[in-house]
Design a protein around this ligand. Sequence first.
Ligand code: E4P
Length: 217
Amino acid sequence: MKFFIDTANLDQIREAQALGILDGVTTNPSLMAKEGITGEANILKHYVDICNIVEGDVSAEVISTDFDGMVKEGEALAALHPQIVVKIPMIADGVKACKYFSDKGIKTNVTLIFSAGQALLAAKAGATYMSPFIGRLDDISTDGLGLIADIRMIYDNYGFDTQILAASVRHTMHIMDCAKIGADVMTGPLSAIKGLLKHPLTDIGLAKFLADYKKGN
Ligand code: E4P
């Protein structure tokens, strides 16, 4: 299972990278705005800064909603750095743009997936990744993890190569549930990743080992 961090915060990206378990980064316009990164030049520079911290794929989202605009923007993003993955919204022109990029060997991440039908279309268009937003489905009393399970079954039925990137992960249990279902990738906040570290018996056991060592020395 690949671990991506879902942020544009460079300190958090550095911290996850330093743990040695980071496989990539996802960003979106809201995450960029949250860090105060605005204006095209600053946003493009920020993508390069992120690529220089991590070794894996970095999703950079297009703002255009028409095919020609997405192609122009996506090509410029892909030219920024070899680690850039062009992130495209799940709309008709996005599906066309995804096919265009996959035919050209440019990596894609189809985003804002909320149904298995949309996931099927993304795979048919040759997406490298597609991102079902499980937290946002949970927010409206709909089963986000159930969607991941449905997509896993459909992709396995037909041997699609598109990777299921479980997105809008909100907490540590989401990561574990996605791992059990077989999501290829999860993207979530640093807090959810660090939650995997925690167990009180680990802390108690370590404290005892250290105390016993001190007794004998
Ligand atoms: C995915 O790539 C998105 O950036 C993200 O996971 C959305 O998460 P949110 O629902 O917490 O905003």
